[in-house]
Design a protein around this ligand. Structure first.
Ligand SMILES: [Zn+2]
Length: 184
């Protein structure tokens, strides 16, 4: 039995429980447990979540949420295509407007991470066509965000603010800060 099999069995036996990397490493007998977990997730569709997906998990913790498996996505899009989509979308989440370096609204200790998402999922026949790709932040990608999508206008403005020099951004920040402090 290989390391992946042992780690799979370990997760299945502890479904719904938080497991530490320390234990997983012990069970797997390897230091490359992270790669094995990725394989279980990407190649076998196991819904193993980490601190990237859930704010309540520490960086050393994983959980198999359910025995139900997700349809497997056979391959990731190429780094070139990924970059193209990121640039096209102004490195901005197309649902909430978050950008890299912004604080993750669900975990103040983390920065937002951007993903390239399939509008129509591969599992439902979606393709890697550019029109089917968009940038989402980790929160929106996980469907955790409970925010109304901003209007095109708001997105455009955010994208423009990102391109401004720091001093100009500071001015915008001061303006908004003052506005919202006054309203409170
Ligand atoms: Zn978002």
């Amino acid at each position: 039995m290989g390391a992946r099999d042992r780690i799979r069995d370990f997760f299945i036996a502890n479904v719904g429980k938080v497991l530490t990397t320390q234990k997983i490493r012990k069970v797997g007998g390897i230091s490359e447990y992270a790669r094995r977990i990725r394989e279980l997730r990407d190649e076998e569709g196991f819904q193993i979540k980490s601190h990237v997906d859930r704010a309540d998990l520490k960086s050393s913790e994983y959980i198999l949420e359910t025995l139900e498996r997700k349809p497997v996505i056979s391959r990731a899009i190429s780094p070139q295509l990924r970059n193209e989509i990121l640039e096209r979308n102004g490195f901005t989440c197309q649902l909430c407007g978050a950008g890299p370096g912004d604080q993750d609204p669900f975990n103040p200790n983390r920065k937002v991470r951007l993903h390239v998402d399939h509008v129509k999922p591969i599992s439902q026949g979606g393709t890697d066509d550019k029109g089917n790709l968009r940038v989402l932040c980790s929160a929106c990608n996980q469907g955790r965000a409970n925010i109304q999508p901003p209007s095109d206008t708001a997105l455009n403005i955010l994208a423009r603010i990102r391109k401004l020099p720091r001093s100009e951004q500071q001015e915008v920040f001061d303006f908004l800060k003052q506005k919202f402090q006054t309203e409170e």
